[in-house]
Design a protein around this ligand. Structure first.
Ligand code: UT7
Length: 318
């Protein structure tokens, strides 16, 4: 049976690290409030030429090198992002150009914070169908350019970065077992950007009704757990590692509790990365993989939730 196997990961975080105390000099907030409500201590902030495509390219280069491939071994690049360098061309083709890739294809995918998981779903399906053999899936965001730096309820929550995985067709038991994606368009107004090319002609800034989003996100995580595990005849206790979207430690804790997973089986990066939207899961995955956290045969559960609302997950046998 052909599966899409994660053969390598890569990541990029800007060098500039901004702490909660740094932010308390800009807006009326405190380290105590931010940490207690979200688990965030710091975030990385892109500077100058560290655009979304630049960060995505760096993460991609690392993943390609670790896989022992060359850029032209890749058939397709999918980039999940809500903060592209420009409206077009897509970040994916900018990465393709920067990598010197002369074949294959690339496109961007907009599913807000769920962009990486949506990308995995697509890549998995294309690989299983035999259409593509090797796919680079990237989540990359420069969200600090999307926040209103006078709005303390949102600006403290986000960070920048990029994470990448290479998926390759492989026979065997390891790889993506299943993916699930969902959306609910009736909740567009709870988390959105206040602008857009077809409306204000500007990109706008993040508007979030935090409490409502929190409620829906927690419910959505439960649905992902139930759906993915039940249709694969797996028990909650079969999950070895939770690799969640890093928006809020309280949401992550609730999901871990549901899975009866101890804290040391949850990949947690929100304290250092904050919410990097579509980049958050691949960055967390790369962070853990670099440390040799996962062992062959481990069952990983990815979960994401974002604007739309969009949400989704993936079950991966390492
Ligand atoms: O990635 C996409 C998915 N996003 C999420 O999953 C985020 C989900 N939501 C959350 O994580 C939380 O709702 C937040 C962290 C955004 C907010 O936490 P909360 O416990 O829901 O706080 P709140 O919005 O209900 O605000 C509580 C109080 C308010 O003051 P009053 O009205 O009670 O006097 C806010 O004005 O906290 C105040 N507040 C702040 N205080 C200090 C809001 N932001 C701040 C701040 N510093 N940065």
């Amino acid at each position: 049976m052909v599966r899409a196997k994660i053969i390598s990961t890569g990541g990029y975080l800007p060098a500039k690290r901004v702490t909660n105390d740094d932010l308390s000099k800009i807006v009326d907030t405190s380290d105590e409030w931010i940490y207690e409500r979200t688990g965030i201590r710091a975030r990385h902030m892109a500077e100058g030429q560290e655009t979304t495509s630049y960060m995505a390219t760096q993460a991609a280069k690392q993943a390609i090198e670790r896989a022992g491939l060359t850029p032209n071994d890749i058939d397709l690049i999918i980039v999940g992002t809500a903060t592209p360098d420009s409206s077009f061309p897509g970040v994916s083709t900018q990465v393709q150009g920067a990598l010197g890739m002369t074949r294959g294809a690339g496109f961007d995918l907009q599913a807000a914070c769920s962009g990486f998981v949506y990308g995995l779903k697509l890549a998995d399906t294309l690989i299983r169908s035999g259409s593509e053999k090797t796919i680079l899936v990237i989540g990359a965001e420069r969200f600090t350019h999307m926040v209103d730096w006078t709005d303390r309820s949102t600006c403290v929550l986000f960070g920048d970065g990029a994470g990448a995985v290479i998926l390759q067709a492989s026979e065997g038991d390891s790889g993506i077992l299943d993916t699930a994606i969902y959306s609910d368009g009736s909740k567009n107004d709870l988390l959105y950007a206040s602008g857009g090319i077809a409306t204000t002609k500007t990109v706008g800034t993040v508007v979030m009704h935090g409490r409502e989003v929190f409620k829906h996100a927690t419910r959505a995580m439960a649905q992902i757990v139930d759906d993915l595990l039940s249709r694969n005849n797996l028990a909650r206790t079969d999950v070895t590692w939770l690799v969640p979207h890093q928006a809020n430690k309280r949401i992550i804790d609730a999901t871990a509790k549901m899975l009866e997973l101890p804290a040391d089986k949850v990949v947690l990066t929100v304290q250092e990365h904050a919410n990097t939207s579509a980049a958050s899961i691949p960055l967390a995955l790369n962070f853990a993989a670099e440390k040799g956290t996962f062992k062959a045969g481990d069952l990983l559960l990815f979960e994401a939730f974002g604007a739309g609302f969009t949400w989704g997950g993936a079950l991966v046998r390492w």
